[in-house]
Design a protein around this ligand. Structure first.
Ligand SMILES: NC(=O)c1ccc[n+]([C@@H]2O[C@H](COP(=O)([O-])OP(=O)(O)OC[C@H]3O[C@@H](n4cnc5c(N)ncnc54)[C@H](OP(=O)(O)O)[C@@H]3O)[C@@H](O)[C@H]2O)c1
Length: 339
């Protein structure tokens, strides 16, 4: 084959991939599985424990699962919100034949490690088994790297990492006894790249990959599967309890309809598809964040060079699409002159 023809074929191939990514809101494997993979109806009768079900992605994941006949345990700290989610689950789940006993409300604070066994005992007492643990609880952050109080780093690791890690260790003996079980973990695009202005949060999400990839390596052969979910910007309550650089402080912001984010329903649906198909990892995002994630993973040097030159402000506006949030974290980052 002539060199020019070869170059032409390569160009056509990569252009086609580029177009596919630009018209997708999940990685290409996930998109394929959405059309041709295992159906969501396969969750019928399975028991899912969603930790972080009181709002956002976890809440909508519960709706998706009960709509398809799964039994769910709804956990989080805000019992009032969980009550509302449970009520909605009952309405949705009724059509799939579910009743009150198929939806367990179980208030959980993942940072209370000493209570983890007690929480899990309550799940087993109610359902007698567990099929999938969804480690979805998490808090985000907006803060400049230089200014973060070390206590904020530790605080985010307590909830986002150690809480989920210990809960998983509590559940895994049950999975091993059954020779079957799945752990899903809500990481983030920030668990794959160094997005600016959320260093502690990014580090917690990267740490989840470290822990759970190792779990996969050790226990796949004993029937345990691990699914890492990596969403980009999604509508949820995330900005409300979001950490800052100051210990004990919450950002207390709310997303608005004008923000450029994926709908919570769509994200939850893609998470559910990734889980039923037991994907190792799924990328779920609007563009251009999805495309930039592809570049960061397949051409990391190009991504870093672009990221470094174009500056943190561009990356931040891709994530938050709002000047108030971008400006709240701009003093020392690239793209702005330092004092
Ligand atoms: N939204 C996004 O743009 C985005 C992007 C990438 C990744 N994510 C990840 O998606 C996951 C869900 O977040 P979301 O966006 O849906 O935000 P969200 O609406 O704020 O949901 C966070 C959930 O985590 C729970 N949670 C937090 N701390 C907890 C604790 N100590 N114990 C038990 N539950 C706790 C919350 O429940 P309580 O407050 O009731 O305890 C809530 O149900 C998080 O892991 C987040 O990092 C979100």
């Amino acid at each position: 084959m002539e060199l020019t023809s070869l170059l032409l074929y390569i160009t056509i191939f990569f252009s086609a991939i580029l177009v596919l990514i630009l018209f997708s809101d999940g990685d290409l494997t996930l998109m394929l599985l959405e059309r041709f993979g295992k159906r969501l109806s396969s969750v019928k009768g399975q028991v899912y424990w969603i930790v972080g079900a009181s709002s956002g992605i976890g809440e909508y994941l519960a709706y998706e699962l009960v709509a398809n006949g799964a039994k769910v345990v709804l956990s989080g700290r805000r019992e009032n919100e969980l009550q509302k989610v449970k009520a909605q689950c009952l309405i949705i789940g009724k059509k799939a034949g579910l009743s009150e006993t198929d939806i367990l409300l179980l208030p959980v604070d993942v940072t209370k490690l000493e209570l983890h066994q007690q929480y899990f005992d309550a799940v087993l007492k109610h359902f007698g088994t567990l099929d999938v643990l969804v480690n979805n609880a998490g808090r985000s952050q907006r803060a400049e790297w230089m200014n973060i109080d070390i206590r904020v780093d530790k605080d985010l690791f307590e909830g986002n990492v150690f809480g989920l890690l210990n809960l998983s260790r509590t559940v895994i003996p049950h999975f091993l006894a059954k020779k079957k079980g799945q752990i899903a973990v809500t990481s983030s695009v920030c668990g794959k790249v160094g997005a600016p202005c959320s260093a502690s949060y990014n580090a917690t999400k990267h740490a989840l990959h470290g822990y759970f990839e190792t779990l996969r390596a050790e226990l796949t052969c004993r029937g345990i599967s691990v699914t890492m979910l990596c969403p980009g910007p999604v509508f949820s309550d995330l900005l409300s309890a979001c950490a800052t650089d100051t210990y004990g402080q919450k950002l207390g912001s709310a997303m608005t309809k004008k923000d450029r984010r994926m709908s919570t329903e769509r994200c939850a649906r893609l998470c559910a598809i990734a889980m039923v198909n037991q994907l190792d990892e799924a990328w779920i995002s609007i563009n251009p964040v999805l495309l930039s994630l592809y570049v960061s993973q397949y051409a990391p040097s190009l991504f870093r060079s672009f990221n470094g030159r174009v500056g943190a402000r561009v990356a931040m506006s891709l994530r938050d699409s709002r000047n108030d949030l971008v400006n709240s974290c701009k003093k020392d980052v690239q793209g702005e002159k330092s004092e």
